[in-house]
Write a protein that binds this ligand. Structure first.
Ligand code: BG6
Length: 490
């Protein structure tokens, strides 16, 4: 069967502002939650540090910061002996022209990027958006237009202005819904005529912790209350977007790396089905516009009686119904396994013994992508968009900085072939594919630089040292050819 894809299939790459952009204190931007996150490694987890005006150091990993106790004027400052990767990231802020030209060189037709909320509303509560922030993204979009690349904008990729986290305890507060919708409205008014595809949130089913949610100790009821507030914010935003931008299409992005039963023992199969509902809870509610019948069961795994414990407004049900997503966007990296008696998890599972693994232990499973695409479409019957897929690896550049990344080519060849089969054989409608990440950037989970995903190498180490020079890898030319042939060469 041919691997050639439908004519209008979108090819591109995806990035997130705090992993890529840098310029954290430029252009009127205030700190966002990730700006307090240190670098780390698989052995030494990242953590958030802050110093408060009274001199106390707050380690958010171990202490609960009560929003009521934070004075209005509290502005955390950095600790001096730590490296905070988001501050410079890989400096797209000053390299956007060069980077977009490189993306265009591969023939991209779409580029997924996130807008930093704190660039547009620095503390999240201003009346008017920050003009300099809007100007930066105007420049980015003009550059994309030059090469006929359409933007796919993530409104909120796992972060928020730190002020909202400290003052309102992030998404645990309904107040943040109103502030998010105001932020989204200003994006629609400013960029609406230039952007058709939007994502309200990134990996919403994996959101926990201070960085992504702004919520301290985002577990149990606190996590699911935050999720409800995000569902309502997303639905309000979709409604507004449809009104303000005719023809606009909205998705939210889910982490849908999948999980299989560890054996065919019925108890393992059943356990795995229940586990997968942790993810479907998020997809079903937003994709169908109402909480699924098994919602109470999921919540009970987290010590919550049921939906009745979550604070909702009487209007919420209707808002969820009216603000359903137009397409389902997801990330897919790997597959895991689960069995009866395993500890309950949100997104995860144990290693699949049948699979080879990346140096970070992520199991390589291309067929899992085809399986996942079918699962989503069978269930929700809305078009899908693969907005993250890729392989974190240790690249070894030669003396000229050139990387022969045959392992990455192999990963992509197999995953893209599986995707083409899902589209051509299984007839799953798929809008496009944005590879994570076309250019090396800072890892979200570990804060490392050496976990590289890109077609383009960046000369920078884990502590931000290096020339930041951009050098295409072997996979760059390979991907260019795949896009030129619209998949036929796979
Ligand atoms: C997804 C996120 O979870 O996976 C990205 O949306 C992230 O922000 C990507 O970078 C890969 O994960 P990591 O930890 O390897 O950077």
């Amino acid at each position: 069967m041919t691997k050639e894809l439908p004519k209008d299939f979108l090819w591109g790459g995806a990035t997130a502002d705090f992993q890529y952009e840098g310029g954290y204190a430029e252009g009127g931007r205030d700190p966002s939650t990730h700006d307090y996150e240190t670098n780390g490694s698989p052995e030494h987890p990242r953590h958030h540090t802050m110093k408060m005006p009274n001199g106390d150091t707050i380690n958010l990993k171990s202490s609960f910061l009560d929003a009521e106790d934070v004075p209005e004027e509290a502005k955390p400052v950095w600790l001096k002996d730590q490296y905070y990767p988001s501050h410079q990231a890989v400096d797209f802020y000053h390299h956007y022209k060069e980077d977009i030209k490189l993306m265009a060189g591969m023939g991209f037709s779409v580029y997924r990027f996130s807008i930093a909320w704190s660039r547009i509303f620095p503390n999240g509560e201003e009346d008017e958006p920050n003009k300099e922030g809007l100007k930066f993204y105007d420049n980015v979009i003009s550059e994309l237009e030059k090469y006929h690349i359409q933007p796919l904008i993530t409104i909120c990729h796992d972060e928020m202005p730190v002020h909202l986290a400290l003052k309102y305890d992030g998404w645990s507060s309904r107040k943040v819904i109103e502030l998010y919708v105001k932020y989204a409205k200003s994006l629609f008014e400013h960029f609406g005529s230039k952007c058709k595809y939007w994502l309200t949130f990134n990996e919403i089913n994996a959101v926990r912790g201070f960085g992504p949610s702004g919520v301290h100790k985002a577990t149990g009821l606190r996590r699911y209350q935050a999720a409800h507030n995000m569902f309502v914010a997303s639905a309000e935003t979709v409604k507004l977007g449809h009104k303000l931008i005719p023809g606009s299409q909205f998705g939210t992005m889910y982490a849908l790396s999948t999980c299989y039963p560890a054996t065919c023992k019925p108890e393992d199969v059943f356990h795995n089905q229940q586990e997968l509902r942790e993810n479907w809870y998020f997809v079903d509610t937003m994709g169908r516009g109402y909480y699924p019948r098994y919602a109470d069961e999921i919540l009970q795994h987290h010590g919550i009686k049921g939906l009745s414990e979550i604070k909702m407004d009487p209007a919420d049900q209707q808002i969820l119904k009216d603000g359903q997503l137009d397409f389902i966007a997801f990330s897919y990296y790997r597959s895991n396994i689960s069995k009866a008696g395993d500890k309950w998890f949100n997104v995860g599972g144990s290693a699949n013994p049948y699979l080879e693994k990346t140096p970070w232990g992520w199991g390589l499973d291309p067929l899992g992508l085809r399986y996942t695409m079918n699962m989503i479409y069978d269930r929700i019957q809305k078009p899908i968009f693969i907005v993250e897929n890729g392989m974190g690896a240790i690249d070894k550049p030669d003396e000229n900085g050139f990387v022969e990344d045959d392992y990455r080519i192999d990963y992509l060849q197999k995953h893209l072939s599986a995707m083409a089969d899902a589209i051509n054989i299984d007839k799953v409608p798929c809008i496009g594919y944005t590879m994570w990440a076309p250019i090396d950037l800072v890892s979200l989970s570990t804060g490392e630089m050496k976990k590289r995903y890109g077609f383009i190498y960046i000369d920078m180490d884990d502590l931000g040292h290096g020339s930041l020079k951009r050098i295409p890898k072997k996979s760059y030319a390979w991907m260019k050819h795949i896009i030129e042939t619209n998949g036929k060469a796979l």
